[in-house]
Ligand binder design. Structure first.
Ligand code: HEC
Ligand code: HEC
Length: 285
């Protein structure tokens, strides 16, 4: 009985030590220089809503034998703020890097790079990444709205327009799609079940007749449902012919991306970032 109790105690103590940040034992060799190490270099924060501030953090351990000094932290864009609680980390100790992401900038896949500069001679610049998928904000009490055949242009007027068309003014292609269409058809045009908008990537965009069908639904609305209102200026909508053409081109491109399995790639990664990202995936610590 007592033996069982001891075994349990030992088990829970071990579990606590292994799972509590900062209590994790680290291998320190006094002969080593400072070594910055993290549990993971790529943090996937999953799906996040636009216009929200997301906080996440990395624990940076010094598994070397000399003091690790952090001289600075850089981020890949102004929408990310990162700072460490401690600048000098003793051998075996750790510090927390707080990262805050402002997701109001764009929709879709995002990847933000954070570079930690230190006196670790092997890796003076430690690149960390936060990746996620920014979704449009769902609307409270708004999922019962049905557009009626009689007033289907209501979407383009007054308060409705502030969310449904204003952000798309002066834009074309992908940016226009994200502003005017993504809330109903999903940020990747693969559909949004919550808003009943179907995927727009199923058809054959190489076929001229299919493209003209797509073009006419965007311009003139769906003949089957007022939920897809006519976007053309001809019918009182917000878009001119060039803007509608730019949407068809974007959808054609997007459908090609899907066929090649490239749909879920973040589009804001520069080539240099891409190499660093691949390296971080390969060497997670
Ligand atoms: C604050 C921004 C905002 C305003 C204002 C707004 N909408 Fe929306 N609307 C959205 C978003 C975001 C979605 C996608 C909803 C989802 O994913 O559940 C949406 C979806 C819809 C849909 C698709 C079906 C659904 O309900 O999900 C309809 C129809 C709609 N809106 C009509 C309107 C009308 C009519 C008005 C004005 C009375 C309006 N909206 C005002 C943001 C807004
Ligand atoms: C308020 C929600 C809403 C918005 C905003 C919206 N759609 Fe739709 N769309 C729908 C729904 C619902 C359908 C399905 C209609 C039907 O059943 O015929 C649809 C159908 C379509 C279709 C026909 C698909 C097919 O396979 O025949 C196309 C193309 C389309 N939308 C493109 C767009 C584009 C481009 C935009 C932005 C300019 C847009 N939609 C904005 C709700 C929306």
């Amino acid at each position: 009985m007592i033996l069982v109790a001891f075994a349990l105690l030992a088990f829970f103590a071990g579990w606590y030590i292994m799972t509590t940040p900062g209590r994790r034992p680290v291998v320190v060799s006094i002969y080593e220089p400072p070594i910055a190490s993290v549990e993971e270099r790529v943090r996937d924060i999953g799906q996040i809503q636009t216009d929200s501030k997301v906080k996440t953090g990395f624990l940076i351990y010094n598994i070397g034998g000399k003091h690790l000094r952090i001289s600075g932290v850089d981020t890949s864009c102004g929408c990310t703020v990162a700072d460490v609680s401690k600048k000098v980390i003793a051998p075996g100790d750790f510090t927390r890097l707080e990262v805050e992401l402002d997701t109001s900038i764009k929709l879709g896949k995002v990847r933000k790079k954070i570079v930690v500069h230190s006196n670790d001679p092997k890796r003076p610049e430690l690149a960390l990444f936060v990746v996620g998928d920014v979704l449009p904000k769902p609307m409270e009490g708004h999922d019962q709205i049905m557009l009626q055949p009689k007033n289907k242009l209501v979407l383009f007027e007054g308060k409705c327009a502030t969310c449904h068309v204003d952000a798309g003014k002066g834009k074309s292609g992908k940016a226009l799609f994200l502003a005017d269409c993504a809330m109903c058809h999903g940020v990747h045009a693969t559909g949004n079940p919550a808003a009943a908008g179907p995927s727009l990537l199923g058809g054959d965009y190489e076929d001229e007749a299919y493209r003209s069908h797509i073009r006419s639904v965007i311009a003139d609305g769906s003949p089957n449902s007022p939920q897809m209102p006519p976007f053309s200026k001809k019918h009182g909508g917000p878009l001119n012919d060039d803007e509608i053409d730019s949407l068809v081109s974007f959808l054609k491109f997007q459908s090609m991306q899907q066929k090649m399995g490239l749909l879920n790639q973040p589009d804001n990664s520069e080539l240099e970032d891409e190499a660093a990202f691949q390296e971080a995936l390969k060497q997670p610590h």
